[in-house]
Design a binder for this molecule. Structure first.
Ligand SMILES: C[C@H](CCC(=O)NCCS(=O)(=O)O)[C@H]1CC[C@H]2[C@@H]3CC[C@@H]4C[C@H](O)CC[C@]4(C)[C@H]3C[C@H](O)[C@]12C
Length: 325
């Protein structure tokens, strides 16, 4: 499972929890403007917007999980098991593969409204990256400082939803997730009045009672409600450090602790391998990993963006403890 969210203070922040039981040796990958994108079906693109993101540790091509471009547009791919359908090549459409989708969108477009228009003509084609890395079932959240959309590949083509709650998890499809939020409409960050009965007293014995009923388990639909509530009620000042800190707390509300989601024997559990947070206005990628709570940052604009070679940074995964004495 994974969770993506955005958060707006003075800038637009976007990121995700990457929850899984194995890693593909992810690393931070920067794609400069003149790295040549060779596409399987459409024409190669020699020059495009620069991109920073987390990608699989596969040399030669940026297999992004989540990323942002120099224009402030960001995107994350999340598992969509049992629902994602990729189609055959279609005449007259822009035929890109699912693994080319993030590079194509971020390389070409600068905001969500451009992407929405372009999506009318995009077909996601069922071509594997390689035999070892076949297609995986994904859906995507795309976000900038004007708002967010969700893109789901269904059997009759791409379905595009506006995303007013600013979060995405895995299953079920997004329209169902949104509908389920109706069930939680009475939840609040304030303690509730007793509307249960006029005939007896019910005691306000604790703070935080306004959100009793908000799910706390790690299923995809529960994480959706939990993180939507946390994000919608989030409060921070709009400084960079406060905003980034609050962002990590939003996704921290649905973090998966190792051991709580059993996958397979022996000792294979799904857990939050990393959390990313992009300040998309400044094209800075902040991240934390499961074993390193310290925030690490990589700035797109500090690189030579007119070059043609991919730049990779391994993730800082060692815990960094500030010993005081
Ligand atoms: C597994 C991850 C989703 C995490 C998640 O949601 N886990 C819950 C599972 S569950 O919902 O509980 O069942 C997804 C998210 C992004 C994906 C990569 C995207 C690039 C590339 C695309 C190629 O075509 C195939 C290989 C490739 C490296 C992909 C591998 C894998 O698929 C990645 C890591």
């Amino acid at each position: 499972m994974c969770t993506a969210s955005n958060y707006i203070t003075k800038d637009h922040y976007f990121g995700r929890n990457f929850d899984y039981e194995i890693s593909y040796n992810e690393r931070v990958t920067i794609t400069p403007r003149n790295y040549k994108f060779e596409y399987r079906l459409i024409d190669d693109i020699e020059s495009h917007y620069a991109i920073i993101g987390v990608a699989a540790g596969v040399d030669g091509y940026p297999l992004y999980y989540d990323a942002c471009n120099e224009k402030g547009l960001s995107i994350a791919g999340l598992n969509f098991e049992g629902n994602a359908v990729y189609l055959e090549e279609k005449e007259g459409m822009v035929n890109v593969t699912p693994f080319e989708f993030i590079p194509y969108i971020l390389g070409t477009y600068s905001n969500v409204s451009e992407v929405k228009k372009a999506l009318e003509n995009i077909n996601l084609v069922n071509i594997n990256f390689s035999e070892e890395l076949p297609l995986s079932p994904l859906h995507w959240m795309i976000s900038d400082d004007t708002g967010a959309i969700v893109v789901e590949p269904l059997k009759d083509g791409l379905k595009v939803y506006d995303n007013p709650v600013g979060v995405l998890t895995n299953n079920p499809p997004f329209d169902k997730q949104l509908f389920t939020l109706n069930d939680y409409r009475s939840l609040s960050n304030r303690n509730p009045e007793n509307t249960f009965s006029k005939d007896f007293d019910l005691d306000e014995y604790s703070r935080g009672m306004g959100a009793i009923g908000l799910p706390g388990d790690l299923s995809s639909s529960s994480r959706f409600a939990k993180v939507a509530f946390t994000r919608a009620n989030s409060f921070s000042s709009d400084g960079e450090e406060e905003s980034v800190s609050q962002f990590f707390h939003i996704l921290g509300s649905v973090e998966q602790q190792n051991g709580c989601t059993f996958i397979n024997d022996p000792d294979l559990y799904e857990y939050t391998i990393y959390t990313s947070c992009y300040n998309t206005n400044k094209a800075v990628l902040y991240y934390r990993t499961y074993s390193n709570s310290q925030i690490t940052a990589v700035k797109l604009m500090s690189e030579d963006l007119d070059s043609a070679e991919l730049i990779n940074y391994r993730l800082e995964t060692e815990e960094q403890i500030a010993y005081i004495n």
